[in-house]
Design a protein around this ligand. Structure first.
Ligand code: SF4
Ligand code: SF4
Length: 321
């Protein structure tokens, strides 16, 4: 499963072009995009089994139906991807493991030399699923675990069971050991709110004993959820200004993500970045145009230009880039 030398060279050149294009645009204040995307998110599932508190999918604020991408559609997307892409995330607004063809999809990508990751709520990684994931060759699995007690965990992960998350971690680690595999790397992600910040230290202690990496992340909130801001300021994404939430840090000008990656939604629409949850900013489904055409379209360049002059989009107000 090694990428050919030609493919490696092509991807490395594209990486250099990414750096060059971004820096050129920043320094000379003129949008230039000589590179193709480095990475792509594909929303293979827009269904979810949880109803997380501030998630648009969990709260029913996503316009497209909750559905699974067929293997045929998925394969068509992959065959049309620019060869420059090396990193594929099979996750956006939904739970990827509700997709019965997810293992087949991962194996297909690995056989085609992509780095593959998923992010999951880990509610259904039993022994069988853990073995299938490890055998699939997937490179990285991000597991959400925002608390260590059921009482704390379920405040955000509504309908979630913390013991399933513990079992999932255990099953994955056991399968890796049994199959003698280094992959997947397991990242346990903890999104910090006021209600779970008291469990962070215990969480860190527990995870330290395991072969996992932890990622502590600040929460995305709206103005009506100020009460959920953690007390510890280091875990806050926002400051409070006249009862409104305002990002703590300024955003890069222009936004480098728009030179790096793109998202294909379950219904075939394109999203420009992970804050464009309904794919509203580019009006082209992948069936009509190739990713390459959308990437260098006037529409996407106009959005790049907006972030260059600091005329931020509505979606940028919550961005944690
Ligand atoms: S598990 Fe993920 S997609 Fe599902 S509701 Fe929660 S945050 Fe949203
Ligand atoms: S929300 Fe704005 S700043 Fe964040 S990645 Fe998207 S375009 Fe860039």
């Amino acid at each position: 499963m090694f990428a050919s030398t030609k493919l490696v060279i092509m991807r490395n050149v594209n990486m250099l072009l990414f750096a060059y294009s971004y820096l050129f645009s920043k320094i000379f204040q003129k949008i230039k995009v000589y590179n193709l995307p480095l990475a792509i998110h594909i929303e293979t599932s827009s269904k979810c089994n949880l109803s997380c508190l501030f998630c648009d999918r969990g709260q029913g604020n996503i316009d497209r139906p909750a559905a699974i991408m067929t293997f045929t559609d998925f394969q068509q997307i992959i065959t049309k991807l620019p060869k420059s892409i090396y990193w594929i995330t099979l996750y956006f607004q939904g739970e990827p493991l509700l997709d019965k063809t997810i293992i087949e999809k991962i194996k297909y990508l690995r056989a085609n030399n992509y780095f593959v990751e998923i992010s999951t709520n880990a509610q259904n990684i039993n022994n069988e699923m853990a073995t299938a994931l490890v055998e699939s060759g997937i490179n990285r699995i991000i597991i959400s675990m925002d608390g260590i007690s059921q009482k704390t965990y379920e405040k955000y992960r509504i309908n979630g069971k913390i013991n399933f998350v513990f079992e999932a971690i255990n099953n994955l680690l056991e399968s890796k050991k049994k199959l003698n595999k280094k992959n997947p790397k397991i990242i346990i992600q903890y999104v910090v709110f006021k209600h779970n910040e008291s469990e962070i230290n215990q969480f860190k202690k527990m995870m330290k004993k395991l072969d996992v990496t932890i990622r502590i992340k600040n929460a995305q909130l709206e103005d009506d959820a100020i009460d959920y801001l953690p007390n510890n300021k280091k875990y806050r994404r926002y400051k409070i200004n006249n009862d409104k939430l305002q990002l703590n840090k300024s955003l890069p000008k222009p936004c480098y993500r728009l030179w790096k990656e793109i998202i294909v939604l379950q219904n075939g629409q394109i999203a420009i970045c992970c804050q464009d949850k309904n794919g509203e900013l580019i009006n082209e489904p992948w069936h009509n145009k190739t990713i390459k055409q959308i990437w260098s379209s006037k529409e996407l360049n106009a959005i790049r230009q907006k972030t260059l002059i600091g005329d931020n989009l509505e979606i940028c107000k919550n961005c944690d880039i």
